[in-house]
Design a protein around this ligand. Structure first.
Ligand SMILES: Cc1cc2nc3c(=O)[nH]c(=O)nc-3n(C[C@H](O)[C@H](O)[C@H](O)COP(=O)(O)OP(=O)(O)OC[C@H]3O[C@@H](n4cnc5c(N)ncnc54)[C@H](O)[C@@H]3O)c2cc1C
Length: 484
């Protein structure tokens, strides 16, 4: 007889990861399954604005409003415990001469209803704080509790902690069906790697949460992929912002923002475009829209200084709110669906809510030995000089810079490969450390990264993969001019 789990979580995006983290506080057997080759490797969590929104924007009374505000509060605590890079930048919603000025007062009222700290400042004061803002700025709503986070590390740390506390993670494991075993009453989770038996299933499958709902007979819920495209601006550019800058919002999005990243570059985006099927390609039209929108807030030659682009897909549901509910057709299944923005900011509160719902299905007894902390390898780029010197004295490989553009050392790469939950491919290292994503596009660092990965995994460099869920390895040029 195969093992029986108490809870299986489907999807290791930010929702599944944080749910897994809190579940492992209890004396239960948990499994997190993810179809891609990495935590948050397959969905919205790896490509977004990375803002821990204050909660000023969602309509009062909605789940989004409630969970965003609580999520923001919890993230401020969790980033300390889980060692996640987070900058409490605050945010400003900026009105210009062309905008409807009343929107700022309406948003302030909304923020107050949601219990979010917010105040209005003049255009002059806004430009003192952010000198690159347009001269047309008339006033701004400030929300000091907003911040930016490293979204990948925000998902990795809770999973790593969950594993440390006894949970199990299976990557490259795609759920294909869920059925009830009539004899035992247990749920069968069918995957490409066999059937797993469990008492409870949590559907946190992002863009595909509606497909999982359909597997248990609920086909009324529909998700539309809503694409958002971004440009990253060269850090040599004569442009700096230290606050998240929003325009006044539109009915379907918070508008095109100008904001700092955790790597301290400037990023602009996203637009909002509903698609028929998932497609994360960037488009000329989309990026032009992004540039036009950003110029309205911060006039700048983005065309000249942009050096990278990417797109993410919001899993937008047809209810207009997050849909977090017990299945109506299959007892034991909980849906966490339609988690579009502000899903990242809300994640800790979503996790709390879901764990309470699990407690309605099975007994949850706390583990006396639960340890809620995680420690990433040192982030050398952001350490003060004295600490860098101390670390490199103890570990020589922390002094060897492999990625010059992003200033990443061999030691950091080695530790990310060795630390739980490890990495399987070059893309996973890129998502954690930014390597290959700088000016050189990987021409300088890629061969060295492949060599390190091969050495640590005990494989040949030509077997190192860009992405472990794709068949193809890199082409490797070997001595003598062969291409393998
Ligand atoms: C352009 C854009 C900007 C955004 N900006 C912000 C922001 O600034 N702040 C904010 O709070 N939110 C923001 N969001 C929203 C936020 O990114 C999402 O709400 C959040 O990442 C959703 O997380 P999730 O875990 O629910 O889904 P996902 O991250 O999509 O994770 C779902 C996971 O399930 C896996 N999966 C799917 N099907 C299966 C299956 N059958 N078997 C196994 N695994 C499966 C997928 O591979 C995926 O890894 C933004 C989103 C986008 C796209």
């Amino acid at each position: 007889m195969s093992e029986i789990y108490d809870v299986i979580v489907i999807g290791a995006g930010i929702s599944g990861s944080t749910i897994f983290y809190l579940l492992n506080k209890y004396q239960i057997k948990t499994l997190l399954v993810e179809k891609s080759a990495d935590i948050a490797g397959g969905g919205a969590t790896k490509a977004n604005s990375a803002i821990i929104h204050s909660g000023h924007d969602p309509k009062p009374g909605t789940l989004k409003a409630k969970l965003n505000v609580r999520g923001n509060y919890l993230w401020h605590k969790w980033v300390e415990k889980l060692n996640i890079p987070f900058y409490p930048t605050g945010a400003m919603v900026v009105a210009t001469e062309e905008d409807r000025q009343e929107t700022i007062y309406e948003l302030k009222e909304r923020a107050e209803k949601n219990g979010v700290e917010a105040y209005i400042i003049s255009g002059e004061e806004a430009r003192k704080r952010e000198p690159h803002l347009t001269e047309k700025t008339t006033m701004a709503l400030v929300t000091p509790t907003a911040g930016i986070i490293h979204p990948m590390r925000a998902a990795i740390a809770p999973v790593a902690n969950g594993i440390k506390n006894g949970g199990e993670l299976k990557l490259l494991t795609e759920v294909t069906n869920i059925t009830r075993d009539e004899e035992t009453g247990l749920l069968n989770v069918h995957t490409n790697r066999g059937i797993f038996k469990t008492r409870v299933v949590i559907n946190a499958a992002g863009l595909f949460a509606d497909k999982i709902m359909a597997m248990v007979g609920e086909d009324w819920f529909k998700i539309t992929p809503r694409r958002g495209e971004y440009l990253i601006i060269d850090d040599d550019a004569p442009l700096h912002v230290s606050t998240v800058l929003f325009p006044t919002p539109t009915p379907i999005s918070k508008g095109i923002l100008v904001l700092p990243t955790v790597g301290m570059e400037v990023m602009i985006g996203p637009n909002a475009e509903n698609l028929d099927k998932p497609d994360t390609a960037t488009t000329i039209h989309g990026l032009q829209t992004v540039i036009k929108g950003a110029k309205k807030l911060v006039p700048f030659e983005y065309e000249k200084w942009a050096f990278a682009s990417f797109a993410g897909l919001r899993p937008t549901g047809n209810t207009g709110d997050f849909y977090i509910a017990h299945s109506e057709t299959m007892k034991g299944v909980i849906h966490v669906a339609g988690i579009d923005s502000p899903g990242l900011a809300s994640a800790p509160a979503i996790a709390e809510m879901v764990v309470d719902m699990v407690g309605e299905l099975i007994e949850l007894k706390e583990k006396p030995e639960w340890d809620d902390t995680y420690e990433f390898p040192p982030y050398i780029k952001f350490l003060p000089e004295a600490m860098r010197r101390e670390i490199t004295k103890a570990r020589e490989d922390y002094g060897k810079i492999v990625c010059r553009c992003r200033e990443v050392s061999e030691g950091e790469i080695v530790d990310f490969i060795r630390f739980t939950p490890g990495v399987n491919d070059v893309d996973a290292i890129k998502r954690r450390l930014g390597v290959t994503g700088g000016h050189c596009g990987g021409t300088y660092c890629l061969p060295k990264i492949m060599e390190i990965l091969a050495r640590e995994k005990g494989i040949l460099p030509q077997h190192v993969k860009k992405s472990a869920d794709k068949e193809k390895a890199f082409f490797v040029f070997v001595k003598g001019g062969d291409v393998r």
